[in-house]
Ligand binder design. Structure first.
Ligand code: F0G
Length: 458
């Protein structure tokens, strides 16, 4: 008999989590204005808010922390971290930052001018925010197939070369770079194929436009290339990652995801001119060039994390857990963005809560229902997150309305996945009785989903 699959690690340290009663959760959610970001972590049983900075570090990472060099300039921890980045990406110039959005802030301060057009395969919200706040335009060039949640294709995160070429042709001299996000978080943690990376890169370079890779989940993307794309079956994750980066001119990284650390980020490139340009913004925004917002011990842990998370077994353990949850949802017929993504399952709230009108935010309503059911904190990636149109101030209802079940790395077991699946099934089974959603009582102008206050209707 073939041995079943199991995790590629064992557990050395644990942290207690607590269940609560429905009455307690009713009270806490009311106090949090029906916004899960305003809950206290101790009011949550299973936390699927994000996979960002919420992973468990290994014993090797914790021991590397003890050797951190906290020198202001030229710390040996910086060189360890820089060497790890260079080895994995092939980029020689490395600027540390405190997280991914800080890397975007430094790079875009140097590169983005008002009126610029910056195409990308569904820019993450902070990426888009950093473009739009500089009065430039982020244009989505993700393939149309990504919008059909039930369509199963292997590389649903791809960019569309036809959409890109049209933009490059019509905006010559006004596109400072494009952003290729691997994996594509916004459309469901869906990967980008090597063939697509190659084609998009060649197209950009034909027009003299550099490619910036938003690499938050580059290792998960490399895993999907290895397991789904012809010709890569026998390559290692490190070889695949190196090839992915060889088509890019620069990368920004939120190390809180595939770097396996709780805080950190960086920019890396081989373009001397960009490196020099970024230095001028790193120093005032982040800190001196050899720490840029990270402690020495954090850079040590990141060097180890990057190495560990570009090993096949580690990624297989992670992605198989996400697939396991997807299989449980399949058993119950719950619709989600197919196939399962790298870091999360995105449940199609619009087709679950069919009686809740879009004006009453079905995905946010489902997020609240799941919390009330079992103390599980998922998050809305839908109409609230989409914000209002900056000109008309109307809600943007043209995208998908999803509930994201985001799985932290090396934190929960498949027993937790079972609890999540059954809790969602219980909500799903009573979906016909949920006819009213939520109304906004207070909202911020930009990135409202973090602080929005809502009232339950009905
Ligand atoms: N790029 C992508 C693709 C991301 O998913 C994120 C963060 C960032 C950039 C920004 O990085 O948080 O370190 O500043 N995503 C988190 C999430 C917050 O929950 O998906 P950061």
């Amino acid at each position: 008999m073939e041995l079943p699959f199991a995790e590629s690690w064992k557990i050395k340290m644990v942290e207690p989590i607590h269940k609560s009663t429905r009455a307690e959760r009713e009270q806490w959610l009311k106090e949090a204005h029906n916004n899960i970001f305003m809950l206290k972590a101790e009011q949550v049983y299973i936390d699927l808010c994000t996979d960002s900075g919420t992973g468990a570090m290994s014993d090797r990472q914790w021991s590397a922390m003890m050797l951190g060099d906290e020198s202001y300039a030229g710390a040996n921890s910086f060189f360890k971290f820089k060497d790890a980045v260079t080895q994995i990406t092939g980029f020689n110039f490395v600027i540390p930052t405190h997280q991914g959005r800080a890397a975007e802030n430094v790079l875009f301060s140097y590169l983005v001018k008002p009126g610029n057009i910056i195409p990308g395969n569904a820019h993450f919200d902070t990426t888009k925010g950093h473009i739009e706040s500089r009065k430039a335009f982020a244009i989505d060039i993700t393939i149309d197939e990504a919008k059909d949640t039930q369509l199963e294709i292997p590389f649903k995160g791809n960019a569309d070369p036809k959409k890109l070429e049209k933009i490059l042709e019509e905006n010559r001299g006004n596109v400072p770079f494009i952003v290729l996000t691997v994996t594509n978080n916004t459309v469901g943690g869906q990967p980008v194929s090597m063939a697509n990376i190659k084609e998009i890169s060649a197209l950009c370079h034909k027009y003299g436009v550099p490619v910036v890779m938003d690499s938050a989940r580059f290792a998960e993307n490399a895993y999907f290339i290895k397991t789904r794309e012809k010709g890569y079956e026998n390559k290692t994750i490190k070889e695949i990652a190196k090839e992915m980066f060889s088509y890019a001119d620069c990368m920004t990284m939120s190390a809180k995801k595939d770097g396996l650390v709780n805080m950190g980020g960086f920019i890396a490139t081989n373009k001397q001119e960009w490196f020099d340009g970024c230095k001028a913004f790193c120093i005032p925004f982040e800190g001196y060039l050899t720490y840029g917002g990270m402690n020495g011990r954090d850079m040590n842990a990141l060097a180890v994390g990057l190495d560990e998370n570009t090993e096949f077994d580690m990624l297989q353990t992670r992605i198989k857990q996400v697939e396991y949850l997807a299989q449980r949802l399949d058993e119950f017929g719950i619709p989600y963005q197919r196939p399962a993504g790298g870091h999360a399952i995105f449940v199609d709230a619009d087709s679950v809560l069919t009686h809740v009108p879009k004006e009453e935010f079905p995905a946010q309503t489902l997020t609240c229902e799941l919390y009330l059911e079992a103390g599980i904190r998922a998050c809305e990636i839908g109409y609230l997150l989409a914000d209002r149109d900056p000109v008309t101030r109307q809600n943007r209802f043209n995208g998908l309305d999803l509930l994201r079940l985001c799985i932290p790395r090396r934190v929960y077991t498949n027993n937790h996945m079972d609890v999540i699946a059954v809790a969602l099934k219980n909500v799903y089974d009573r979906r016909e009785t949920i006819t009213r959603g939520l109304e906004i009582t207070w909202e911020a102008e930009l990135m409202r989903h973090f602080t929005v206050q809502l009232k339950r209707l009905g």
